[in-house]
Each structure stands twice: as structure tokens, then as C-alpha cells.
Write a protein that binds this ligand. Structure first.
Ligand code: ADP
Ligand code: ZN
Length: 628
């Protein structure tokens, strides 16, 4: 920023006020020692003073200014004999006065003229210019050097790029688990960085860009760091959202700076997280494109074209959605390699758990297999977080090592939220107990439903009670019977409320269940062709308009729309009837389970099945048990 008087003034204005204030206060008002003494509000004549003295009203006399004035305390006969203060001008030196005061035993004191007041006054006078000069000096330094602060707005032409550089990430491929394919693909990149001659010697062009595609938390950043770590090269990283700033031109200049720095440090890795923030297809936005973003993207493309394959800079970008990226980014010579990084399967989860259990104290009873089984859909980051939560719980409970109990609690917490305090006994607690046992008994007695893992009345997040099911492993294919079983299970809570308490007493507690039920039933009809409407896909997923995907909606007639509604309705009604029947037929065991649940708050899956088994036949769940 060039120095300008306007900004200088803006900055010195507050300083000026402060300076002025200090200056004022040190000269104008009495110093603290004087306050309250030197400030008599009224004065009286010397003659009157002598009269008072004769009348014996004077209690004390303090001399000031070498005895030229005095502050006199005396009893004032006009105001109720209250002690008052007056200022008295004395006629020169009056030794006989002092003598007289002493003989009449009046407290007297003499105050030397104060010089320190003057000194403070001088300091105050100096303070202002000093502050002013200091302020100006500070301003100059700011405008010449540092980033950030008010100077920055003027600074955007030459951006202080917000990228990070790590000389050594310290991450190795060993630290990345559960995404073997991606790792293998990227192993080669390490060789490109370490031994480029091997490729360039035979005329091969080393790829410049690799695109990692996958949901958040699957380890894309970790992988990129591991490549840099294995190759022993520096790691530059920036997030796509950092490129896009308010000021036009900032993003582009950041890109330029980043590549310049990277080339100086080659061989190295540039990692661009969330590249979709800059890399979306151009001109697709509603209400016109974003100039700044397009400029940034163009700069990025220019930079990638501008350096030769063997400069040793490899750009790794991460995104959740490759489909929205501008096709220019994916052309050869840019991000021409795509590697997908998916959430781990059960085997992968086990491996991730192993990596993160390495640096934690875990008890012998911990089964990583069991944890992996209970956590379908968890990403690497979720699993890392889970183990960390468990470790925190362990420390809080003052245990030596993480046990399965902490792991279970941590999973519940990660999935369903914080634990609350259980309700006290009462009608609503009973109702909730019946609702949950309703879910659990349907889940147990219908074939094709996931088995109950536990039922609990300990609230979590929004839920007052919860029934947990052990999920089937990463189910890719779900049969119609399974879907119906799930719908009936989800309706089990409401069914129990109605059968036991009557339809006037049903509650809002089933709201969430019903949402799931409706969505499952509707998908059976419109997506999976599982109704008498036949094998039709009636609703396709809609592309997001603002991403340039455009509208894509199946057209169907009003008539079909009505038939869809009827079909959905039928499915739900049948499942509900089925659930109600199961509740009625098993009333005895349900009552017993409810009592037990209210007493114990939680019933485990095995115990639950055992008790139900005393009354009726519990169907075997044929389950796909994955090999570990
Ligand atoms: P992304 O970049 O895909 O959003 P990150 O790489 O930032 O995910 O992952 C966040 C953290 O989660 C990592 O630092 C690591 O601790 C953990 N993590 C994620 N995926 C894995 C994995 N595959 N193996 C080991 N740890 C992982
Ligand atoms: Zn429910």
C-alpha cells in the first residue's frame, strides 16, 4: 500500500484524542494526593478567620504555598455547627499565628509547593507528540510489510497467498488404510517424484494432475500427504474456497503465487482441497456466472498448461463431485487421472481401526472386528473420531485402557448424539417403553429384519428411547421382503402405542418413524418397481439446477400420480396391520419386556431374543456374515 494521508489521519485520529485526554488530565486537575484537601469551595477573609479562631471554632489549619494560603476547617454556626472548609489568604508570613495555633492545640500542617505536578504536566505535553510519532511509525511499518489488518484491502494486487507449506508431512502410506486401490494407483506418483528420469528417459510424460474423488473424511488429504511423505518432498496445500474471494483478481493471483512457490521448491506436491469451489463448469450458474471464480479457474488451467511435465510439480486435487467439474480441468495434461476414494468396507474399516488403535491403550477385550461390523457407512475420519471419543470417555472414567464399553458408548454418541438423563417413572415413560419394545419385537419376529442389538430408555439427542439394530453388512441389494420388514419394524412403535393405549392416546413420538416409512414405501413404488404399477422408474434423481445439471424429471400423468399414492398407501397399510397383529399376539411377553426395560433402562439383543424365545419361535436371521 502506498502511504496516504487519508489513512494516516484515520489512524492518528483516535491517538490524538487519547493524547489530548492524557495531557488534559495531568495538568488541569489536582494530583491524587491533593484531592479533597486543596479544594475548599469557599473562601473567607483573614479577619473572619481570626474571629473564628477567637471563638474556638477552628479545628485545623493546613498551610500551602509557603504559608500564603491555608485551608481552614472550622465549625460553621450557620449550618448546624457542621465542620466546613474555607480557603484563607494569609498576609505574608505569620509566625505568631502558628504559635497561637499551637498553644490552642489546633491541628496544623504545612504543605510544600508540589513540583511533581509540573513534571507530569510536562510528560503529558510530551506524550502526545510521542504517541503521534509512534502511531505514524507503526502505520508505515504496516503498510510496508505485514499482511492482514486494514492494510490488506489495498494489498490484493500482490496477494499474500493463504496456502500452507509443510516441508515434511510425516505421513506414510502405512498411516492410510482401507483404500487399497487408491493407494496402489498413487504409489506410482511417488516414483514420478523420486525418480522422474526413469520415465523421462523413455519419453514418457509424467502426469501433472491427479483428481481424488470421494466423500469427505475418506482420507483424500491424508493420501496426498502420504505421497509427499513417501517421496520426501514438500507439501503445498490450499482449499478451493480460499481462492474465491470478494475481490476480483485475488484468486487468480493466489494461484500464480502458489505455483511460483511450488516451482521454486520442486519436486513437490500441490494439494487443492474442494476444487469444485473453483472448478465448477463455467457459465452454468443461475443468474450469470461468477467472474472471479472463472478468472481463478482460467489461471489454474494456464498454470497447469504452463509447466512442463518434468518440472516435478504434481497437483493433487480433491472433490466430492467430479461430475460438476469443468470439462477443461479433466483434459489430458491437466487432471487426467482420476482416483476414487470410497468409504471403506468392513475389511477396510478394520484396517483403519488398526491404524488408529496403534497409538491408544486398548484393553484385551477390544474386538476391532466387532467395531468394524457395527459401523457400516463410517468413513476413515468417523472411525478415527470414534476411537478418540472412546479414549476421552476412558480417561473421564479413570480407566487404564479403552474397553468395549467405552467403544459402545462412543458409537452410540457418534450416531445418535449426547446421552440425556432418563425420564422418571410415569405414564410417558411406560408409553415410550411400549413404543421401543414394539420396534424391537417386530424386528425380532419378522424374517428379513436386522436383529435387535439393544433397546434402551436412555435418551440421546432428540430421542427419548432408542432401539438399535445390528446393521447387515454394507447391503448392496435389498429384497422386497426386507424392505417390507423394515417398514413394519419402523411402524412397530406406533402399532404398540395404538394396540396398548388405544387410538386416542397415540403420540407424536412416531413422527420420525413415519417419515422413514413413507420414504421407503414411495421408493418401492417409484424407484424399484415393487408395486402393481409395474417395472417403471417413475422418479429419477433430480440434478441440481445450479450446478448445470438441468432439470430431469420423469413425466407421468395425473392418473399415474394417483395410482402411486394408492400403491404407497397400500404398502404402508398392509405393513401396519401386520405389525399390529404381531403386537396383539405377543402381548404377554411385551408386558414382561416393558417391565424389565423400565427396571433396567437397557436390554441387550441376546437377552431380548432369549426372553421372546420362551413364548414363541424366534426366526433365524439368515445373514450374510462377511469374511474378515
Ligand atoms: P478428506 O480429505 O477425504 O476429507 P482427511 O484425509 O482429511 O479426509 O481425513 C481426516 C482424518 O481422518 C485423517 O487425518 C485421518 O486421521 C482419518 N482418516 C481418514 N481416512 C483415513 C484412512 N483411510 N486411513 C486412516 N485414517 C483415515
Ligand atoms: Zn419409533
Amino acid at each position: 500500500m502506498k502511504f496516504s494521508w487519508r489513512t494516516a489521519l484515520l489512524w492518528t485520529l483516535p491517538l490524538l484524542v487519547v493524547g489530548f485526554f492524557l495531557w488534559q488530565s495531568s495538568v488541569g486537575s489536582p494530583s491524587p494526593a491533593d484531592t479533597g484537601r486543596n479544594t475548599a469551595s469557599t473562601s473567607m477573609t483573614y479577619g473572619r478567620f481570626l474571629d473564628y479562631l477567637d471563638a474556638g471554632r477552628v479545628t485545623s489549619v493546613d498551610f500551602y504555598e509557603n504559608g500564603k494560603t491555608a485551608i481552614v476547617e472550622a465549625v460553621d454556626p450557620q449550618i448546624d455547627n457542621k465542620v466546613q472548609r474555607w480557603r484563607v489568604d494569609l498576609p505574608g508570613n505569620a509566625p505568631e499565628l502558628v504559635e497561637r495555633l499551637r498553644t490552642s492545640d489546633i491541628a496544623l500542617d504545612s504543605h510544600r509547593p508540589r513540583n511533581d505536578g509540573a513534571i507530569i504536566g510536562i510528560l503529558g505535553n510530551l506524550l502526545f507528540p510521542v504517541l503521534l510519532i509512534g502511531g505514524l511509525f507503526f502505520l508505515f511499518r504496516r503498510s510496508n510489510g505485514g499482511a492482514g489488518g486494514p492494510g490488506q484491502a489495498m494489498n490484493f494486487g500482490k496477494s499474500k497467498a493463504r496456502f500452507m507449506m509443510e516441508a515434511n508431512t510425516g505421513v506414510m502410506f502405512d498411516d492410510v488404510a482401507g483404500i487399497e486401490e487408491a493407494k496402489e494407483e498413487l504409489q506410482e506418483v511417488v516414483t514420478f517424484l523420486k525418480k522422474p528420469e526413469r520415465f523421462t528417459a523413455i519419453g514418457a510424460r509424467i502426469p501433472k494432475g491427479v483428481l481424488l474423488v470421494g466423500p469427505p473424511g475418506t482420507g483424500k488429504t491424508l493420501l496426498a500427504k502420504a505421497i509427499a511423505g513417501e517421496a520426501g518432498t514438500p507439501f503445498f496445500s490450499i482449499s478451493g474456497s480460499e481462492f474465491v474471494e470478494m475481490f476480483v483478481g485475488v484468486g487468480a493471483s493466489r494461484v500464480r503465487d502458489l505455483f511460483k512457490k511450488a516451482k521454486e521448491n520442486a519436486p513437490c506436491i500441490i494439494f487443492i482441497d474442494e476444487i469444485d469451489a473453483v472448478g465448477r463448469s463455467r457459465g452454468a450458474g443461475i443468474g450469470g456466472g461468477n467472474d472471479e471464480r472463472e478468472q481463478t479457474l482460467n489461471q489454474l488451467l494456464t498454470e497447469m498448461d504452463g509447466f512442463e511435465g518434468n518440472t516435478g510439480v504434481i497437483v493433487i486435487a480433491a472433490t466430492n463431485r467430479a461430475d460438476v467439474l469443468d470439462s477443461a480441468l479433466l483434459r489430458p495434461g491437466r487432471f487426467d487421472r482420476q482416483v476414487s476414494v470410497d468409504p471403506p468396507d468392513i475389511k477396510g474399516r478394520r484396517e483403519v481401526l488398526e491404524v488408529h488403535a496403534r497409538d491408544k491403550k486398548v484393553a484385551d477385550d477390544i474386538s476391532l472386528d466387532a467395531i468394524a461390523r457395527r459401523t457400516p457407512g463410517f468413513t476413515g475420519a468417523d472411525l478415527a473420531n470414534l476411537l478418540n471419543e472412546a479414549a476421552i470417555l476412558t480417561a473421564r472414567r479413570r480407566k487404564e485402557a479403552v474397553t468395549m464399553a467405552e467403544i459402545d458408548d462412543a458409537i452410540d454418541r457418534v450416531v445418535a448424539g449426547m446421552e440425556g438423563t432418563p425420564l422418571t417413572d410415569g405414564k410417558s415413560k411406560r408409553l415410550i417403553a411400549y413404543h421401543e419394545i414394539g420396534h424391537a419385537i417386530i424386528g425380532t419376529l419378522i424374517k428379513g429384519h436386522d436383529p435387535v442389538q439393544k433397546v434402551t430408555l436412555i435418551p440421546r439427542g432428540q430421542a427419548q428411547g432408542l432401539t438399535w439394530f445390528t446393521p447387515s453388512e454394507d447391503a448392496m441389494l435389498i429384497s422386497r421382503a426386507q424392505l417390507k420388514a423394515r417398514i413394519a419394524g419402523a411402524l412397530g412403535g406406533r402399532a404398540a402405542e395404538e394396540v396398548i393405549f388405544g387410538d386416542a392416546e397415540i403420540t407424536t413420538g412416531a413422527g420420525n418413524d413415519l417419515q422413514q416409512v413413507t420414504s421407503m414405501a414411495r421408493q418401492m413404488v417409484t424407484k424399484f418397481g415393487m408395486s402393481d404399477l409395474g417395472q417403471l422408474a417413475l422418479e429419477q434423481e433430480q440434478g441440481e439446477v445450479f450446478l448445470g445439471g438441468g432439470f430431469s424429471r420423469s413425466q407421468y400423468s395425473e392418473d399415474v400420480a394417483a395410482r402411486i399414492d394408492t400403491a404407497v398407501h397400500d404398502i404402508v397399510a398392509k405393513c401396519y396391520e401386520n405389525a399390529c397383529n404381531i403386537i396383539r399376539e405377543n402381548r404377554v411377553v411385551i408386558d414382561r419386556l416393558v417391565d424389565l426395560l423400565i427396571e433396567k433402562e437397557t436390554i441387550g439383543g441376546d437377552e431380548f431374543r432369549e426372553i421372546v424365545g420362551e413364548y414363541t419361535v424366534v426366526p433365524d436371521k439368515e445373514r450374510f456374515v462377511p469374511q474378515l
